[in-house]
Design a protein around this ligand. Structure first.
Ligand SMILES: CC(C)(COP(=O)(O)OP(=O)(O)OC[C@H]1O[C@@H](n2cnc3c(N)ncnc32)[C@H](O)[C@@H]1OP(=O)(O)O)[C@@H](O)C(=O)NCCC(=O)NCCS
Length: 317
């Protein structure tokens, strides 16, 4: 196959099953992706269909890429994102990945972006490149000028095991509505968490509020196994041998920190998930392995953040 034998076209919803199949051919054992997750991501306000392409060869889908160029006050205006790039393993090293990448980069540059972050986009599929990425994948990015940055983890809590500690009697943990949560987030965690939680409540999701003396001092989003809207912590739930929920983001008001309430909040959320039928809880996209480790959450998945410069002209072959 030569480069001129495949063509690129814009992605449609009908492509999600085959994109998931290509993803699973690389990562299915540890990151099994269901097409419905891609469909859900495409329904978020962040999805940009003009920045999503398919590579076709003889009417067969052989590759896919998706990116974003969000304009929000909490992200640098010159930052674009690569949400995912995937090429059928049977047809790698034939220029398909390069063609998809060049097409995305040109479109993102045309939106005034100078940097491309892989993963971690609003409405993300992955927070970075999975630990299990092939050497070819790393070579692909490094030969295009990638700088490798932070490492993030998904942690796993086995809810069949005892959970140490309890919430102090002066606090309660219960579902919180938008009227109370959004002003709290605007004050304490303005930006992405505020936007994500507003959206999650709109689709009927549950966010637990930590209260003391009728004052909201913390929050944690919880995702129950079987709920129709999947949290990012549940994207790979099929890899687990039992009902898997998830939690996060979570946080405390500054005045509530340093008193052991953080771990109590996580414990409360884990207890809530257990009571709602979950055997496992995933805590996604965190660097705080030793914090959550105090409850028994262990390292489950890892990702490395990658940033690439977007040059004026693409000098790469
Ligand atoms: C990364 C990935 C998309 C690359 O796809 P690809 O189609 O193999 O990419 P290309 O063929 O365009 O380029 C791969 C290499 O083959 C080389 N190449 C291209 N055409 C070639 C040819 N005809 N003969 C020999 N080599 C060729 C390219 O120069 C490139 O070299 P480089 O890596 O040193 O830059 C693919 O490996 C993949 O799907 N990885 C898994 C998914 C993943 O982890 N994505 C990132 C997280 S979302």
């Amino acid at each position: 196959m030569h480069a001129e034998h495949f063509r690129l076209r814009q992605t449609t919803a009908a492509d999600f099953p085959i994109i998931a199949r290509m993803w699973n051919a690389h990562y299915g054992e540890r990151y099994p992706l269901e097409p419905s997750v891609l469909a859900q991501l495409a329904r978020t306000p962040w999805y940009d269909p003009a920045l999503a392409w398919i590579a076709e060869y003889n009417d067969d889908v052989v590759g896919a890429i998706a990116g974003k160029a969000p304009t929000v006050p909490w992200l640098p205006p010159d930052l674009g994102f690569l949400s995912y790039i995937i090429v059928d393993p049977a047809v790698q090293r034939r220029g398909i990945g390069s063609a998809l990448y060049t097409t995305l980069v040109e479109a993102i540059r045309a939106r005034g972006r100078r940097w491309l972050l892989v993963g971690g986009d609003p409405g993300h599929l992955v927070p970075g490149i999975p630990l299990e990425a092939s050497l070819a994948t790393w070579r692909f990015f490094c030969s295009r000028g990638a700088t490798l940055r932070e490492v993030f983890f998904d942690l796993l809590l086995d809810l069949r095991l005892p959970l140490p500690g309890t919430l102090p009697e002066t606090t309660t943990l219960e579902p919180v509505d938008a009227a109370h949560l959004l002003p709290f987030l605007a004050r304490v965690f303005p930006g992405r968490w505020e936007a994500d939680m507003e959206q999650y409540l709109q689709v009927g999701g549950t966010v637990l509020g930590l209260w003391t003396k009728r004052k909201l001092i913390g929050f944690v989003a919880v995702y129950v196994s079987g709920q129709s809207y999947r949290g990012p912590s549940q994207y790979w739930a099929q890899a687990l041998p039992g009902p898997a929920g998830g939690m996060g983001p979570l946080g405390l008001a500054p005045e509530a920190r340093g008193k052991g309430l953080g771990i109590a909040l996580v414990r409360g959320a884990a207890q809530w998930l257990r009571e709602h039928g979950c055997t496992f809880a995933v805590i996604d996209w965190t660097k705080l392995a030793s914090f959550y480790g105090r409850l028994g959450a262990h390292l489950w998945r890892a990702y490395q953040s990658v940033v690439l410069p977007l040059p004026d002209t693409l000098g790469h072959k």
